[in-house]
Structure formats: C-alpha cells, structure tokens
Design a protein around this ligand. Structure first.
Ligand code: NAD
Ligand code: LMR
Length: 335
C-alpha cells in the first residue's frame, strides 16, 4: 500500500514537472534499516541510480534488490575503497550507518562510536557529492547532524539547506498513536513534531493535529506525548537486545527521501518536519515544519501557537538540545 502511495505521489510529481532521474546512495545499506530502506528506494520512480554502501555485505543486498523490476540501476559498494564511487554525484544520501541501542542505553550512549562513523562518511560526501541532500538517520541525531555540519564547514562545503536530521519516525508514531486514541482514520491524520530526536526533545504538537479530536483529555495528551517521546525505547525493549526500530524507520526514511526527491524535481508545497539549522528557538538545530525546494530547505516555519503544556515542554527541552548540539560541534572542532 505504501509502495502504491509512494508511486502515486511520485507519478503525480512526474506529471506536473519535467521529471529526471536521481542518484540515491544509502550508507549502512546492509543493516536493519539500510536493507528495507534500499528496497523502498528501489521502488521509487524518481530514482534511476541506487548505490548501496556498507563496510561489508552489500554485494549480496544489491544483487537481491537489483532483481526488483523497477528502473533504478542498483549497485553494491563495500569497504572504504568503494565509498567514493558509491557517493559520486549522488543527489540524496541516506545515512543509517552505525550501531543501534540495546535496552538500558540512551541514544547519547551511541555518540562515541557513531560520531566517528558519521564524521568519516560526511568527509567522503564533501569530497564526492557536495551538493547532495543529506538525510541523517544515525543516532544520536541531535548530535550527528551538528557533527556533519562541522565536517562540511571544515571542508568548505557546508550548505545548511541540504543537511537534514530525519525525524519522520517521530511524526509517523505521533500520527499512529493519536489516530488510534482518537478513533480517527490513521491515513488522514497529521501531527507536527518539533524539537529533536531523543526523549524530552521530541515534542509532538497535538494541539495542531488534524483532524481535531474533541474526545481527548489533558491526561490523554500527556500520555500520547510521553508515548511518542518513548516510542524508540518501546521498540528497543520489545526487541530485547536485538536492536531498535528498523522497519518503521525504513518506511519513515523512504518517506523523507521521497519528499526530498519530489522537491528536487520541482514539486511545490512539500512540507516536512525535519531537524535543520534553525533560528526559531535558542537551539542552533531544531526540528519544525520546513518547506522543501529544489535546493533543500526553502522556508523554516515557526511553531505557531502552543498550549501552556507544549510551551513548558519546549522550555524544558532547550538546554538538553543545546548540550547535545555542542557535544557534536566540539567532537569535530576538538578533533
Ligand atoms: P544495524 O546495526 O542493523 O545496521 C547498521 C549498519 O551500519 C550495519 O550494516 C553496519 O555494517 C553499518 N556500518 C557501520 N559502520 C559503517 C561505516 N563506517 N560505513 C558504512 N556502514 C557502516 O543498525 P540499524 O538498526 O540499521 O540502525 C542504524 C542507526 O540508525 C543506529 O544509529 C540507530 O540508532 C539509528 N536509528 C535512527 C532512527 C531515527 O529516527 N533517526 C530510527 C531508528 C534507528
Ligand atoms: C527510534 O526512535 O526508534 C530510534 O531513534 C532508535 C532508538 O534508539 O530508539
């Protein structure tokens, strides 16, 4: 069903604009997210070239995915020596490379390992596809995006419009939980989620959800907010040591990459919540509604009117977000 929706949306885009094909690279393509995300990108009609990169295992994944009868020419790349070729002239780079959480860990506990992985990959992006839109999935997103920004700055290749932390899974979760609780049709629900991508920095704005549910109490909204904030932990606990969300993340990652591709292709009014360099709060990076254009971020939208509950949550998250952003910046600057 998702594939049909994705195909329909992309076909609409093609009909409205002069379509061209795009190269998408997935880094970490042999992993739990990377494999299904690669498959979903193979099914996207705007993709004509699909590069699947990992430190190992990608020849098999690519051989498998390449048999799907869609247009994207699919190739696997394995190991450092093939990273440059995988990235060469890519239009969109999706990064789910790195280790996932185990029960009891925070996303920040992944910083030491994933920070180094992301730094190396973004250096290669700067050298091989500096104009690509970067879709950062690797955790901790609150810090890996600032790491990427500093790496690109050091290489003289930073364009803030093209660097995105993927927070779409938070939106997907908020929509699902809200629709279930309010008894609404899930596919018709929209919920903006702002802030960052860890614990209290994830802030769903249920007061701005559509359609408006009249049957939810303040206690319901509090429970929905906490469930959205803890959605990742819920999956980590259920997987009991076998990693974190992969399938729902691949879906969310493919949705966000599709939005980037449609915007690149000239489709208008593409609005997504995403974590970008931002001036709308005191945090230098912040997720909010963003209109995407051919060159990436076109307009960063303000937060609109917040309830007292949402405002208090916003005020509470900013120091944590600022700390996690600083940690990412210091990681590169101090290196
Ligand atoms: P995984 O372990 O299944 O896969 C990660 C892949 O990355 C592996 O195949 C590994 O070989 C590869 N990898 C490691 N170092 C690499 C390098 N230098 N270059 C290329 N590939 C490399 O993990 P997963 O479940 O797919 O999760 C990946 C990351 O995504 C984790 O950091 C996780 O926390 C994060 N994540 C983010 C969100 C989000 O909402 N942004 C959601 C879920 C997971
Ligand atoms: C998620 O939200 O599912 C991801 O960030 C993975 C995690 O560690 O929770």
């Amino acid at each position: 069903m998702f594939a049909r929706a994705l195909r329909r949306a992309s076909n609409d885009a093609i009909a409205r604009t002069r379509a061209r094909g795009y190269k998408v690279a997935v880094l970490g393509a042999a992993g739990g997210i990377g494999q299904p995300c690669g498959l979903l990108m193979k099914m996207n009609p705007l993709v004509t070239e699909l590069a699947l990169y990992d430190i190992a295992g990608t020849p098999g994944v690519a051989a498998d995915v390449s048999h799907v009868n869609t247009a994207a020419q699919t190739k696997g790349y394995a190991g450092d020596g093939e990273l440059g070729a995988a990235l060469k002239d890519a239009d969109v780079v999706i990064i789910p490379a790195g280790v996932p959480r185990k029960p009891g860990m925070t996303r920040d506990d992944l910083f030491a390992i994933n920070g180094g992985i992301v730094k190396g990959l973004v250096e290669a992006i700067a050298d091989n596809c500096p104009n690509a839109m970067i879709n950062m999935i690797s955790n901790p997103v609150n810090s890996t995006v600032p790491i990427a920004a500093e790496v690109l700055k050091a290489k003289g290749k930073y364009d803030a419009r093209k660097l995105f932390g993927v927070t779409t899974l938070d939106v997907v979760r908020a929509k699902t939980f809200y629709a279930e609780k309010a008894g609404l049709e899930t596919a018709k629900v929209d919920v903006p989620v702002v802030g960052g991508h860890a614990g209290i920095t994830i802030l769903p704005l249920f007061s701005q959800a559509t359609p408006k549910a009249s049957n939810l109490s303040e206690a319901d909204i509090d429970a929905l907010t906490k469930r959205t904030q803890d959605g990742g932990t819920e999956v980590v606990a259920a997987k009991a040591g076998k990693g974190s969300a992969t399938l729902s993340m691949a879906y969310a990652g493919a949705l966000f990459a599709d939005a980037c591709l449609r915007a690149k292709n000239g489709e208008a009014n593409i609005v997504e919540c995403t974590y970008v360099e931002s001036k709308i709060t005191d945090a230098a990076f912040f997720a909010s509604k963003v209109t995407l254009g051919r060159d990436g971020v076109d307009t960063i939208h303000g937060l609109g009117s917040l309830t007292a509950y949402e405002q208090a949550n916003l005020d509470a998250m900013i120091p944590q977000l600022q700390g996690e952003i600083k940690k990412g910046i210091d990681f590169v600057k101090g290196a």
